[in-house]
Design a protein around this ligand. Structure first.
Ligand code: ZN
Length: 253
């Protein structure tokens, strides 16, 4: 059996990942028809079931979704992908200049870069960052983007067509205080989005920047260059682990 050791970039925990089983692949394939929440849940469960060795902090599936982040999951997916399909990703990249679709092979060993949080999982998970904009009586408390947070908002991001910035802010929001009212994502996400709408764009970008500098800088990243075969234009892309994983699952026969 193939195994692959993965250290999660944000919580700094060590896992040994196995390979995807055929039955799991079939389940994922058919679940692509389900709701986004159902699919995300199945993705998380599949990864959890594919762990061969896990750190002592992670004993149950509940631990897994409450103590690991979305960036951590990307690292685990990479391990699972590697054991199941090999280290090559065949990506499709639309040229921003001429629209031509270029097909490229991306090799993990060649392009992956990882930046680790150097302290314990507990330290990372307890990290909070506050930002206040007094002119709008607005204060936001930011937290790591747990898999559990994602499950709360995953259906919403599709139905409301949120931008990547809005999604990232919701994923990292512990609470918002707006005009004397305290809002939490669980049941006030619409109010939180409405409160963000009132801010000026510069302030929302400041929130996003804070998220990047506090949490998102710890991650596994695969960046690669594409040279368009039609117009020779060169551009950079970053591998989407979840997307590529599903693409491989769909195309497998
Ligand atoms: Zn081109």
């Amino acid at each position: 059996m193939y195994t692959y050791e993965v250290i999660t970039p944000q919580t700094n925990l060590t896992f040994v990942m196995g390979a995807l089983k055929y039955g799991q692949e079939v389940k994922l394939k058919t679940a692509l028809m389900a709701t986004d929440r159902g699919l995300t849940n199945l993705l998380n469960k599949t990864i959890y079931e594919s762990i061969v060795e896990k750190p002592e902090q992670i004993q149950t599936y509940e631990d897994f979704i409450n103590k690991l982040t979305i960036e951590d999951r990307s690292a685990l997916i990479m391990g699972l992908y590697h054991n199941s399909y090999g280290e090559e990703y065949i990506t499709e990249n639309e040229c921003p200049k001429c629209g031509h679709i270029n097909s490229n092979i991306v090799r993990l060993s060649k392009y992956s870069k990882v930046s680790f949080f150097k302290d314990s999982a507990e330290k990372f998970l307890s990290m909070r960052k506050e930002l206040a904009f007094d002119d709008f009586e607005f204060k936001i408390t930011l937290q790591p983007a747990l898999l559990a947070n994602e499950l709360k908002i995953v259906d919403l991001t599709k139905t409301l067509e949120l931008t990547p910035a809005q999604t990232s802010i919701l994923l990292h929001t512990e609470s918002v205080e707006f005009k004397g009212k305290k809002l939490v994502v669980d049941n006030n996400y619409l109010d939180i989005l409405a409160a963000l709408d009132v801010l000026i764009p510069k302030q929302v970008r400041e929130i996003k920047k804070t998220i990047e500098n506090t949490f998102e800088k710890y991650k596994l990243e695969v960046t690669y260059k594409v040279k368009c075969t039609k117009c020779q234009h060169e551009f950079k892309r970053t591998l989407d682990f979840v997307g590529e994983f599903f693409k491989q699952v769909i195309e497998a026969w």
